[in-house]
Ligand binder design. Sequence first.
Ligand code: FAD
Length: 577
Amino acid sequence: MRFDYDAVIVGAGGAGLYAALEASGAGKTAVITKLYPQRSHTGAAQGGISAALGNVEEDSPEWHAFDTVKGGDYLVDQNAAIILAEEAVRAVFDLENRGLPFSRTPEGKIDQRRFGGHTRDFGAAAVRRSCYAADRTGHMILQTLYQQCIKNDVAFHDEWQVVDVVMDGTLLTGLVVFELSTGELHLVSAKAVLFATGGFGRMFKVTSNAMANTGDGPALLSRAGVPLMDMEFFQFHPTGIRTMGILITEGVRGEGGILLNRDGYRFMEKYAPTMMDLAPRDMVSRAIMTEIAEGKGIKGDRKIDDWVHLDASHLGRETVEAKIPDIADFCRTYLGVDPAVEPMPVQPTAHYAMGGIPTDLDGRVTDGKRTWDGLYAAGECACVSVHGANRLGTNSLVELIVFGRRAGNTIAKYVGTATSVNPGRAGDDKIKAWKDRIIGLKKGGAHSGKTYEAMQETMMANVGVYRNEGAMQNAVDDIAGLRDSYTEIGVQDQDSNYNTEVLSILELENLLDLSLHTSAAALARTESRGAHSREDYPDRDDKNWLKHSLSNIVGGKVILDSKPVDVSRWEPKPRVY
Ligand SMILES: Cc1cc2nc3c(=O)[nH]c(=O)nc-3n(C[C@H](O)[C@H](O)[C@H](O)COP(=O)(O)OP(=O)(O)OC[C@H]3O[C@@H](n4cnc5c(N)ncnc54)[C@H](O)[C@@H]3O)c2cc1C
């Protein structure tokens, strides 16, 4: 079928819902989402949303912006970080006014807790900046925004998966969409389309990310010629539940939890004397891997699957149950460990994509040289860039609201003046090609499971917390090989209704492309910066590498280009915490 809107938002996480809310005032707006909106990964966010409200301690947006820039190892665009920090305050009050049930101080103000890398006075000490709703902040954001979208007559197409775009030069004229319940293919056009499809942690074996985090937006736009930015920077969160990767929020350390090695030593003292357990995530993940490599993990066998302890038992049961109730439940359910009385076994888990679709400060997709008309991106799939080489905890949720709102606003203005688009013959051709492709997949072939596992294994082993040339080259070769043999894959399930097997194969294709972007861009960057930490190039090299990378896949090979970083406010300095 054919559908026509003024604005289409792909993705119903925090970024997509906020953008939809803003755009809905200006024209017919729809959200297309492969999941039911409330199942988006935003709902899994536990720790909080940062804003310098100064409710509990003195704070300022300027300190927040500085921490963001320093936390991102100076690869952050500083003009974007200043907007993030200044508009964060309004974003949180706005969520409060729309009904979000924040945790409160005894006087009734929004309560705030500490989080890694957030400091007062340009690094003097940790500051309470993260606003939270127990350890269910993202869940509350999703519920609040979804209700507001319904109230504002946003149309929802749930369980519709965008599989391709129709382009006319740099103008996006249509989306090809697969409807899960029927297997039908639809052509959707809109004057403005925003991608808010979230992250892609599933390319790694141990990850905190949901199964649906397969980077569909960046992958399919990349195939349509949009370069991706800073793909080498992927964050490992220090505290995933051992082997499972399920996240234990940094909020545990924000509330006073500490990391211990097998000798019961609080090892972060050694690596970050001022901030200790609340140093940025890249540093804490490296510290854990170093302790493990030195035989001070809990098992002590120096293997990368060893772990350390996160101890919150000294906080007492009352605090644990009030401040981190879901975490306590996860640990009891999955590990049989009760955090109120014993430490939690943790290891780094692949968590957050700093890179993605390059945009300007208002969500327009641009690589600095070309701008794509009517095409926008926001949230984790986008790269503004406010996170640079390493994101600070709680800065993602605030990015969703601040930049989701800005993009939604820009779309609202744009659809008022833009003329309608028509995918025309190119759209019909695409639909035909996709019908043929799905028929082809149903003729059978190799099961996709082995390829999926091989991708996750090589990315985990070779493009993880610590990297070096040989390992990354192995990953590039492995992924290139997996992409070549991908054409042999087929589906066993012949049904039209709810054929999730077809969709998971398309998601795997997206992950393979993004794995190639990530490993090749990482191999090319001969320095260490933020989450990209090379054993063979241990130092940051501002002379040659203070620049964003842009990557395209052409003929199976990654072609790299670069884009300048905005350093208009603070001069890059070494990072000390
Ligand atoms: C376990 C966990 C805890 C976290 N905790 C915090 C925290 O405390 N604070 C913080 O700041 N950040 C946190 N983060 C990071 C933050 O939650 C995410 O970066 C953010 O929620 C991403 O939001 P989003 O709107 O970009 O996308 P998501 O919320 O991931 O939503 C993506 C949407 O895109 C849709 N979609 C995807 N592909 C398609 C397609 N092909 N067609 C149609 N629809 C599609 C999905 O259906 C979904 O609705 C956490 C992340 C994880 C994994």
